[in-house]
Design a protein around this ligand. Structure first.
Ligand SMILES: [Zn+2]
Ligand SMILES: [Zn+2]
Length: 110
């Protein structure tokens, strides 16, 4: 879990930069293969909350030669910040700080 003290309560803004995807993959990134897809976990590069995303249609999971699984993303996986902490100006019924980005998984072994 993210330490709430590290959370950055920025004003809500729908925004992305190419650096978000790289930052998401670089820090505390993990994924778990489930029945028909992958669950991704990491930190929002903007507000630093823990973010979870499901990818079912954008990935291919296949068995590796030695029993491990590999995940391939034929299409980039969209990830949105799903932070439940406070961001001033966030519209009613919306989660997150507004940050979004896309990641591509290229045959990463589990
Ligand atoms: Zn947040
Ligand atoms: Zn965020």
């Amino acid at each position: 879990m993210t330490d709430p003290l590290e959370h950055d309560p920025l004003a809500f803004a729908e925004t992305t930069t190419p650096a978000y995807a790289a930052a998401f993959l670089a820090e505390d990134f993990a994924y778990e293969i489930v029945d028909d897809g992958v669950v991704l976990r990491g930190r929002c590069p903007r507000c630093r909350a823990t973010v979870e995303a499901n990818a079912f249609e954008n990935v291919v999971v296949r068995k590796g030669a030695e029993g491990g699984s590999f995940v391939q993303g034929p299409h980039p996986i969209p990830v949105y910040c799903t932070c439940l902490l406070d961001h001033p100006g966030r519209p009613e019924g919306i989660e997150g700080c507004g940050a979004y980005w896309r990641i591509t998984m290229n045959g990463q072994p589990t």
